[in-house]
Design a protein around this ligand. Structure first.
Ligand SMILES: [Zn+2]
Ligand SMILES: [Zn+2]
Length: 247
């Protein structure tokens, strides 16, 4: 059985709030998601357990975050930091309190992927270090979903096809398959592409829909992923939902 776009549009498993770098309160985010007709909603604020990082929740904030999440009917989620060495910014014990742990890599070699125009001299080495970090993070078994894979700093974006080749993709998808991690179709960055979806289907790797919303307007903006899942007629059992739920 294939997916219909309507049921896929009810999923958004990657939303930020003021608990990290979102622009709105968690209650507002949930209300807007509900009003937009979303049925499967995960709030996934950035979290750093071991080191204080800007715009990341610390362990101190976790109690209040969980308490607020229990009030709304959203899945309890976190976006943990994948560090350059492949470690993740959360202990396995903390993960037990949540329904969905999304892992995101946001910088390598001190170059942030967001608006950082630092020139990268060894682009191949840089992109390979990204690959190694993603795979190591999946090996930790702390992640349910790998966020915005193939997101790179702006200076490398135009070279994506050359830098992220078939072997690069194959090794990341193989690790996702080995460690049971879903690959996210990210609405904000419109990543990854059709090739990834075909390969994930081939390897039985689940795909997750997330807007990566930081504003109320962006909640539910999962059109990139919905289109890919629909066009490629991805079976429903390959659409990731927390708590082993199925569409
Ligand atoms: Zn992220
Ligand atoms: Zn995010």
């Amino acid at each position: 059985m294939t997916n219909d776009a309507q049921s896929l549009r009810c999923i958004d498993l990657h939303i930020h709030t003021q608990f990290s770098d979102g622009k709105h309160s968690l209650d507002e985010a949930y209300k807007v998601a509900h009003n937009k007709g979303l049925k499967y909603v995960a709030i996934t604020d950035h979290y750093s357990e071991f080191t204080a990082l800007p715009n990341r929740m610390s362990k101190r904030d976790l109690g209040g975050y969980l308490e607020t999440l229990r009030r709304v009917q959203a899945f309890k989620g976190l976006e943990v930091e994948i560090m350059e060495d492949g470690s993740v910014s959360m202990s396995a014990k903390t993960g037990n309190d949540f329904d969905v742990i999304v892992g995101g890599l946001h910088s390598v070699h001190g170059v942030r992927f967001w608006r950082d125009l630092t020139p990268i001299l060894d682009a191949k080495g840089f992109v390979d270090d990204v690959r190694v970090a993603l795979i190591k993070a999946m090996e930790s078994r702390c992640l349910d979903v790998l966020a915005h894979v193939t997101w790179l700093p702006p200076s490398l974006c135009s070279r994506m096809r050359e830098l992220v080749g078939a072997e690069w993709i194959a090794s990341v998808i193989e690790a996702a398959s080995d460690f049971g991690v879903a690959i996210e179709l990210n609405g904000r960055w419109q990543l990854p592409n059709e090739d990834w979806v075909k390969r994930c289907v081939h390897h039985g790797v689940q795909l997750s829909l997330g807007s990566d919303a930081h504003t109320l307007q962006a909640i539910g903006n999962t059109g990139h992923g919905v289109k890919l899942l629909t066009d490629l007629q991805v079976p429903k059992d390959l659409v990731y939902l927390p708590r082993n739920m199925t569409l």
